[in-house]
Write a protein that binds this ligand. Sequence first.
Ligand code: SAM
Length: 291
Amino acid sequence: MSTLCKNWTQWLMETRFSALTDEMKKQTMDWLDSVGNAIVNMAQINASDVVLDIGTGTGLLAFKALEAIEKLNGSGKVIFSDKFSDCLDACKGFLENNPTNIKYEFLNASCEDLQLSNNSIDKALMRSVLVHIVDKQPAIDEIYRVLKPGGFFCAFEPIIRSNTRYWELLDPKYISSYYEFKNAEDNIMSNQNDSLCNFDDLTIKNNLSNAGFSNSSTLLHAIESKYVVTREMVIPWFVSPPSPDRPSMKERFLQYFEEAKVDNYIKEIQNYLEGKEITLKTNSVLIHATK
Ligand SMILES: C[S@@+](CC[C@H](N)C(=O)[O-])C[C@H]1O[C@@H](n2cnc3c(N)ncnc32)[C@H](O)[C@@H]1O
């Protein structure tokens, strides 16, 4: 397991940006802001709504929901919920320095057991949380349980298994053991026990319908980004963990190969990609479901 990241707050505030230049970091922050706006707009928050942000992290969606209720001069409430208390502490710290008149609460609970009454929430919001839960059905069932009839579940989740793979960026002529690493990466990406890649828009659609949502849409959202690779970018691709408690790509490759072989692969990638422009495809799903 990675020793580079101690908790979710550190991952959200530092680790996830470690392979990015300042310009890429700004683009990512702008993108996160626009995704947050899209989710909150989809939720059509009303003045008296009880809004639940599940896996709030550093509060991307919950703070936007507070603003939405504030604009309506509303009596509604926002619940910041997360399985990990460091995230709630970070949100509390921000609210102490930026007080609001709108009601809010903190809930230390996992998505699979929200510890809320049946039919108590008007809008459940989520971004990039199901991707960290191996068995997504119980989590979606739980969201359905706490929503009021007519309540919305609005979410955005990355579909990692259809993103560009490393081997697609490479030329086998310049990479020793290219095919061995290609096979290993394909195996890693098709592991059904790995929360990061065991789902797509279609499996989510099934989960929603199994939970009882009558009306759901799962819209695939594809982005292509182009940039020129620098030598410094490559190592963080392999050593930054995808979350605080999960192995990095290098650690995953170590389940297949000796460390010297993995290090050599990374070095050859640096040599091959340095100065080249690459195009990365990333897919996500925008979810809207009504109870
Ligand atoms: C990638 S972060 C997303 C944070 C935030 N939603 C955002 O958009 O910035 C994933 C979040 O999910 C939380 N999380 C992970 N597993 C969870 C679970 N089983 N139940 C609730 N929250 C969970 C983590 O603590 C973390 O805050």
